[in-house]
Design a protein. Structure first.
Length: 159
C-alpha cells in the first residue's frame, strides 16, 4: 500500500504522554520503541480487522510505524494504516500488509476544523446524505458520526 503521512499531535494517546518516550525511560530508546510498537499493535488488534501474522515496528525518532502481515481485504489493509496513523506521535505509516483480496485503494481525507461527515460526503460524493458510507468505512475507529477531530485521516471509499 505504501507510505501515508499523519499529523503527529493528533490521535489516540497510547503512550501515556506526548511521545513514545514517555512510556519508558529515555535512557533506552529501543525499549521505548518496542513498548510503543506493542501498544500500536494492541490497538490495531482491538479493531478486529481479521489480520494475521501482524508485526508492528515503531521508530520514535522519525515517528514512523511499519506494518507487516496478512489482511483479508484491501479495506482491512487501509483500516490498519489508519488505526496506526491516527495515534499521537505517529507521523507516517509504511504499510506492507498483504491482502488476500486486492482491490483499488480508497481516497483519504485529512479532517480540518469545522469538518463534518456530511460536509466531507458532499465534497467527495456530491451528496451530504451519503455521510454514512464514510462513517461505515472508518469503523471501528469511529464510534459515532459526530466524533471526528482535526488531524484525523479518514478513508473515503468509492461508492
Amino acid at each position: 500500500m505504501g507510505l501515508l503521512s499523519f499529523i503527529k499531535e493528533a490521535g489516540e494517546k497510547l503512550f501515556g504522554g506526548s511521545s513514545a518516550h514517555a512510556a519508558t525511560p529515555a535512557a533506552d530508546p529501543a525499549a521505548a520503541n518496542t513498548a510503543a510498537a506493542d501498544a500500536i499493535k494492541a490497538y490495531i488488534e482491538k479493531q478486529n480487522l481479521g489480520l494475521s501474522n501482524l508485526a508492528v515496528a515503531y521508530d520514535g525518532a522519525s515517528g514512523k510505524v511499519t506494518l507487516q502481515g496478512d489482511a483479508p481485504s484491501q479495506e482491512a489493509v487501509e483500516k490498519a494504516s489508519l488505526a496506526a496513523g491516527n495515534v499521537s506521535s505517529v507521523v507516517s505509516v509504511d504499510n506492507q500488509l498483504k491482502s488476500s483480496a486486492p482491490a483499488d485503494e480508497a481516497q483519504y481525507h485529512d479532517v480540518v476544523r469545522g469538518d463534518t461527515l456530511s460536509a466531507i460526503s458532499k465534497k467527495y460524493y456530491g451528496d451530504a446524505n451519503k455521510y454514512n458510507a464514510i462513517f461505515e468505512a472508518n469503523k471501528p475507529m469511529l464510534t459515532h458520526p459526530d466524533k471526528i477531530y482535526p488531524g484525523q485521516k479518514l478513508r473515503i471509499p468509492k461508492l
